[in-house]
Design a protein around this ligand. Structure first.
Ligand SMILES: NC(=O)c1ccc[n+]([C@@H]2O[C@H](COP(=O)([O-])OP(=O)(O)OC[C@H]3O[C@@H](n4cnc5c(N)ncnc54)[C@H](O)[C@@H]3O)[C@@H](O)[C@H]2O)c1
Length: 253
């Protein structure tokens, strides 16, 4: 039992695909009303439709998390649609780097920091006042094992995910007494469409990815969703400001 209360409301960004879609579906299976947010309207509408087809409640709202006015409107539309905001999973993120640090482009830096850091900051900035006004809530931000250690050839991405953890910890301490818990989840390599496209073409890369994890395989999107629901639930009532690796033992190496 996740101990989430049926009838509550969750907002999930980056929910058109991958980890975000699986987590939106997991919230809905618990009877939570879900706002599915993403830049990708086709994928986001498809996630909302999958939830409704399974008997859940969901609606898609298109949002670019790098735009203050759009995030403000997203949070306002969530409250207008469902009356409150209990859980937020700030998960939209990008990874577009091609090489080592000295090969990086300014445009890559700005784009990665814009979505992964500014996006999470803007989401929390607009979600927290709603949660404070209603007496509490729980936020989970998607960091990565690249937020806990080195990520060769992904240094900007690693910096962005370290920053997500910094925002998470600072906000968690600021709002701890106000019953708003804020945590981060740190996946290792997860079997998403993006992963399959990159690795199915090259079985050696897939073997390497599996070997990065002591359990001998990459993770499933459902395994990240389960961790997010746990962190949102009352079972995690004494847990705030953590960056939880969900990584098949990778960070224990
Ligand atoms: N897949 C992995 O192995 C892995 C590992 C560690 C961390 N992560 C993190 O998990 C999160 C989800 O990744 P995923 O693997 O499901 O990838 P994904 O590409 O399937 O999902 C990311 C979603 O974010 C959306 N998005 C991108 N920019 C946006 C913007 N400006 N505004 C709103 N939405 C935007 C995309 O449209 C997409 O639907 C990301 O933060 C990623 O960094 C993924």
């Amino acid at each position: 039992m996740s101990q989430l209360l049926s009838g509550q409301v969750a907002l999930v960004t980056g929910a058109a695909a991958g980890i975000g879609r699986a987590t939106a579906q997991a919230f809905a299976r618990e009877g939570i009303k879900v706002v599915v947010a993403d830049l990708d309207a086709a994928g986001g509408e498809a996630t909302a439709e999958l939830i409704r087809a399974a008997g859940g409640q969901a609606r898609f709202i298109r949002c670019d998390v790098t735009r203050d006015a759009e995030v403000e409107a997203l949070v306002a539309a969530t409250v207008e649609a469902y009356g409150r905001l209990d859980y937020a999973f700030n998960n939209a993120g990008i990874e577009i780097e091609q090489g080592k640090l000295a090969d990086g482009k300014e445009s890559e830096f700005d784009a990665i920091m814009g979505v992964n850091v500014k996006g999470v900051w803007l989401c929390m900035k607009h979600q927290i006042p709603v949660m404070l006004a209603q007496g509490g809530g729980a936020i989970v931000n998607t960091a990565s094992v690249a937020g806990l250690g080195a990520a060769p050839k992904m240094s900007i991405y690693a910096a962005s995910k370290h920053a997500v953890i910094g925002l998470t910890k600072s906000a968690a301490v600021e709002y701890a007494k106000k019953k708003v818990r804020i945590n981060a989840v740190c996946p290792a390599v997860i079997d998403t469409d993006m992963f399959r496209r990159a690795y199915e073409a090259d079985p050696k890369k897939a073997e390497f990815a599996a070997a990065m994890h002591p359990v001998g395989r990459v993770g499933k999107v459902e395994e990240i969703a389960a961790a997010v629901l746990y962190l949102c639930s009352d079972n995690a009532g004494f847990t705030t400001g953590i960056a939880l690796p969900v990584d098949g033992g990778h960070t224990a190496l």
